[in-house]
Design a protein around this ligand. Sequence first.
Ligand code: ZN
Length: 162
Amino acid sequence: RNIVKVGDPILAKTSRKVEKFDDRLAQLLDDMRETMYQANGVGLAAVQVGILRRAIVIDCGDGYIELVNPEIISSEGEQFEEEGCLSLPGQVGVTCRPMTVRVKAQDRNGKWCIYKGEALKARCFCHEIEHLDGHLFIEHTDRLMTEEELQEFIRQQEESED
Ligand code: ZN
């Protein structure tokens, strides 16, 4: 499926709760998974393929998961890291996010599960879940970085890790 880009008013809309756990939902999730991997993304919300349903897919490198009707139930700590979005190609900004979040969500069959995310995965959960309420990460950043600033930020982070 095609990824909706910034400027499309659908990105500001609130997605509706998924009530039917049917073949159409399964097809949507399969398509979202394929679309995310083709775009080399770590997460995708249904609204980003033009469907206003509360469903997201995530793979932060530790396995693929799908979350239907996700809700953040607790969050702890904070982190400042660079963040981007498949709907805002080429734009990166530093955001403040919780370091750890716990999320409850249903799977494609309607079964509830609890997920824990730390670091990148916590950012990813927050980022994708806020898409479902019509919000974008740029609302949490003062200013987007230029390419040079981004390179400098990455270099400083690598130095501080040594
Ligand atoms: Zn996004």
